[in-house]
Design a protein around this ligand. Structure first.
Ligand code: GLN
Length: 545
């Protein structure tokens, strides 16, 4: 079968499938393996396959799918890519998220353009060829590419991808490709580790021509040696190809767990690259040092939003954690439902050491968010507003300080007489959903001698995802009344702060997407530092009273 495969590319591929059920954390297992391979000196990248018909995740509801993660090129992708970026400390592009929608759209467009003249266009070979091409292109230039297939083996949605992988394995030299299957090993009532679900999902894989090389069992604990032997026997792999991935409290400890099990060494052996790896004593140990650093005490951050689901604000949680690691303190995120401030959530807000209003769309919970911002501003409580949280800080200021009681964002009140947040001029005439936003990385110019300047040591290039922005007609009035726009691009306002407040910062961009363990995002580091200072002050005031 003709393909555009070039074996001289020479990279290695690790495909990761999931069995039994979704949500087993195969992305974290895969990213953790990648981290260890990177520690051993390899250039590792990743591809996430999402077998849904959406072209990208841009229009997907965070409550169903978790946050929409934004890449530097503006790609709106599955949140698993965020995990790969954080674990591997790399920047990926949209090409690293392959969806059914993307491949079908491309192949159908080619058909319309006459590229297949005379041929019947089919899933095999046209879609499968396109999938293989995308994987190879994303992998080009890297030593190892981890390819995670979303969903569970057996789903109709995933079939074309699994068939593409079958062909891929067939075409590629044997030691260039590894298939890792992550499954669930549940306990029976009498405490036995049950392997039957694993056996069944491997049977399913084999029926479509895929024989796994490695099995990873997700379990409450480590797999017993007998469990591993049983899985090995029935799934036709050596016993030392069966690994446990027990539950751990902190996902950043999964790489340490995987290393303990020797999964990385096994992978390197199988791929024939063990000889190219750095000696264990020379490997990069910084991940371990970062995630096992000393931690003393905790601060509470109120996250004021509309979805009570950690995944809906995953990168914000992660960025807070990174900032906590940097200051040696745990960060508890207290969920505050913006619609329930008057139904018990105000206490949570007021008990917190700092407040975050994250990004969002639509009007649900708006007044609660504005109220939380007012509370933080008036009570000198550290505040960080991200995108919508930045915009609502402008609205709150216009209402409370400028006296424009009707001020609003035009997104949330079309008819407001004072649209302090309004549509971007070049977006105003586009009303199609998806792909109409200001997306991706842009550099912000930071004013010297501001809080933003203190936080960002060097250029501020952050990722964006918004349609609306500060209305230039109100900027002078805002600044005359004490609000400072300390970061801009031309006449676009990107950062705001209140010089009179201990820490009140809003960003039109989403700094959370560039935060990494060991390289926490500056606004988050500043927020946590301010909460610690505030605690210290309260403590001292208490002592002197
Ligand atoms: N809904 C706002 C806008 O479109 C903010 C977007 C966001 O918070 N990501 O501008």
């Amino acid at each position: 079968m003709p393909t555009d495969y070039d074996p001289s590319l020479g990279n290695k591929f690790i495909f990761v499938t999931g069995g039994v059920m979704s949500g087993l954390g195969k992305g974290i297992t895969a990213a953790s393996t990648g981290r260890l391979l990177a520690n051993a000196g390899f250039d590792v990248t990743a591809v996430k396959i999402d077998p849904y018909l959406n072209v990208d995740a841009g229009t997907m509801n965070p409550f169903q799918h978790g946050e929409v993660y934004v890449l530097k090129d503006g790609g709106e992708v599955d949140l698993d890519l965020g995990n790969y970026e954080r674990f591997l400390d790399i920047d990926m592009t949209s090409d690293h998220n392959i969806t059914t929608g993307k491949t079908f759209q491309h192949v159908i467009q080619k058909e319309r353009d006459g590229d297949y003249l005379g041929k019947t266009v089919q899933i095999i070979p046209h879609i499968t060829d396109d999938i293989k091409r995308r994987i190879r292109e994303a992998a080009a230039g890297h030593d190892i590419c981890i390819v995670e297939i979303g969903g569970t083996v057996g789903d109709i949605e995933g079939m074309a991808f699994l068939e593409a992988i079958r062909q891929f394995v067939h075409e590629q030299p044997a030691d260039d490709v590894l298939l890792t299957h992550v499954t669930l090993v549940p306990y029976s009532k009498n405490g036995e580790q049950k392997t039957k679900p694993t056996q069944h999902s491997v049977k399913e894989l084999r029926s479509i021509g895929l024989q796994p090389d490695i099995l990873v069992g997700r379990c409450d604990d480590r797999l017993y040696p007998e469990t591993k032997e049983k899985i090995a026997l029935f799934c036709d792999v050596p016993t030392d190809a069966v690994f446990s991935n027990p539950d751990v409290e902190d996902i950043y400890h999964v790489p340490l767990m995987v290393e303990d099990e020797g999964l990385d060494e096994y992978v390197m052996d199988q791929l024939g690259i063990a000889g190219d790896a750095l000696a264990p004593s020379e490997r990069d140990n910084s991940w371990r040092e970062i995630v096992t650093g000393d931690v003393e005490g905790a601060v509470d951050i109120a996250l004021v939003g509309k979805y009570e689901l950690e995944d809906a604000y995953l990168s914000v949680h992660e960025a807070l954690k990174h900032a906590g690691l940097e200051h040696g303190v745990d960060v508890n995120v207290e969920w505050v439902n913006a619609e329930e401030l008057d139904a018990g959530h105000r206490e949570r807000l007021e008990a917190a050491d700092g407040v975050v209003v994250p990004g969002g769309f639509g009007s649900r919970g708006t007044e609660g968010k504005i109220e939380a911002i007012r509370y933080a501003r008036e009570n000198n409580v550290p505040y960080l507003g991200l995108c919508l949280g930045f915009q609502l800080a402008v609205v709150e200021y216009a209402r409370s300080v400028l006296g424009l009681s009707t001020a609003h964002s035009a997104e949330l009140d079309e008819h407001t007489p004072n649209p302090v947040i309004d549509l971007l001029p070049d977006q105003a005439d586009i009303d199609e959903m998806g792909g109409t936003m200001r997306l991706g990385s842009y550099e912000t110019e930071i004013e010297p001698e501001t809080l933003a300047d203190e936080l960002y040591d060097g250029p501020c290039i952050e990722r964006h995802r918004h349609r609306y922005e500060v209305n230039p007609n109100y900027i002078a009035q805002m600044e005359e009344n004490g609000l400072r726009f300390s970061g801009r691009v031309g006449n676009r306002m990107e950062i705001l702060e209140l010089p009179e407040h201990p820490f009140f910062l809003g960003t039109q961009f989403h700094p959370e997407f560039r935060s990494r363990p060991g390289r926490a995002s500056p606004p988050f580091v500043g927020l946590i530092e301010a909460t610690l200072e505030r605690r210290e002050t309260i403590l001292q005031e208490g002592v002197s009273n």
